[in-house]
Design a protein around this ligand. Structure first.
Ligand code: COA
Length: 316
């Protein structure tokens, strides 16, 4: 048994602020040039007052279900990655289950910060392979602007809100030469570095340079691991769909893989860092506009608080 990507979806709140608009609204001593030169970020979306993580997740999930031609009754499991759940419990996944009118199966959240979607994919794929469920909605959803310190200009300019979703379906593995679906996932964490990127006193605290230093080396090793596990070369990768934290990190990974820029899906300029939502949002955009299509080999990678990091390889 293996899991095939049956549909993807994304949701962004209606309100979008440029760097200048953000600076004006929060009285930040910063500039569009400082932010965009160091990070590639030009704007970000912000959830409306009262708009919850579950609301955004459900909207993204509806698009994934529609793209897959699946009804709510087909969903066995909802696995939702978030660092900004609406409450400790019920889980945001259970709230999404209710919003979608799903009456069976199970739902739970995963906490792995910006690596959350890769972790959720790993868990969902393992459960499908083990026969625990026949389909899974895998979601990354964040209202990150609710946990920012608006006096910390080095951090608050980096994040945004949104949600992305993917429906995985079980399919028989018939030993094809180029099987479709998730090929492998590779998950890592190292709790010794927990304090360089953490939520403390309800807000995000980050040692930016330290995080940057870990990001490039850890992502590179996760990517090498994913390719080696499948006997694939860098040149086999058709699309890099990375976590969208910083354009300099994304460009470094694209160069490492020898991919031309047009083969790297970038949303960080318009979405900023939406944490666990960034990979499925980018994938939803690239499938919607027809860039990523059936048979394409897609490499996903992410790093985040924990530290956590990982990679996933999938053939569409
Ligand atoms: N506007 C203007 N100046 C700012 C600023 C802002 N928004 N934020 C910080 N600065 C200033 C600092 O105060 C500092 O000034 P000083 O030299 O007078 O003390 C200067 O800019 C340099 O700060 P520093 O934090 O060293 O900048 P940097 O070059 O490391 O860039 C990041 C900061 C955050 C862009 C960069 O470290 C980074 O991208 N890190 C990775 C972050 C990441 O990807 N996190 C998510 C992982 S999931």
């Amino acid at each position: 048994m293996r899991s095939v990507i049956a549909g993807t979806g994304g949701y962004l709140p209606g309100r979008s602020l440029t760097n200048d608009e953000l600076a004006a609204e929060y009285g930040l001593d910063t500039s569009d040039a400082w932010i965009s030169e160091r990070t590639g970020i030009r704007r970000r979306h912000m959830a409306a007052p009262g708009e919850t993580t579950a609301d955004m997740a459900a909207a993204a999930a509806r698009e994934a279900l529609a793209q897959a031609g699946a009804g709510a009754d087909e969903v066995d499991a909802i696995i939702l990655a978030t660092a900004t759940p609406d409450s400790a419990f019920p889980s945001t996944a259970a709230r999404v289950q209710e919003k979608l009118g799903i009456r069976s199966g199970f739902a739970f959240d995963i906490s792995a910060a910006c690596t959350g979607f890769v972790y959720a994919l790993g868990v969902a794929d393992s459960m499908i392979r083990a026969g625990q469920c026949r389909s899974a909605l895998v979601i990354g959803a964040e209202a990150f602007t609710r946990i920012l310190d608006w006096t910390d200009r080095a951090t608050c300019v980096l994040f945004g809100d949104g949600a992305g979703a993917m429906l995985l379906r079980a399919t028989e593995d018939e030993g094809q030469a180029e099987p479709r679906g998730l090929l492998s996932t590779h998950l890592h964490s190292d709790g010794r570095h927990g304090d360089i990127l953490q939520v403390e006193g309800g807000v995000v605290r980050m040692a930016g340079r330290e995080v940057f230093r870990h990001a490039v080396s850890k992502l590179a090793s996760a990517v090498d691991e994913a390719l080696a596990a499948n006997g694939l070369a860098k040149s086999d990768v058709q699309w890099l769909v990375p976590h969208q934290a910083n354009l300099r990190i994304i460009d470094a990974m694209g160069r490492k893989l020898g991919l031309p820029p047009e083969r790297v899906v970038v949303t960080v300029d318009r979405h900023a860092n939406t944490s666990a939502a960034s990979i499925p949002l980018a994938l939803a955009e690239a499938t919607r506009d027809g860039r990523v299509g059936r048979g394409d080999l897609v490499l996903m990678e992410a790093i985040g608080g924990g530290l956590t990091w990982g990679a996933a390889l999938a053939r569409y």
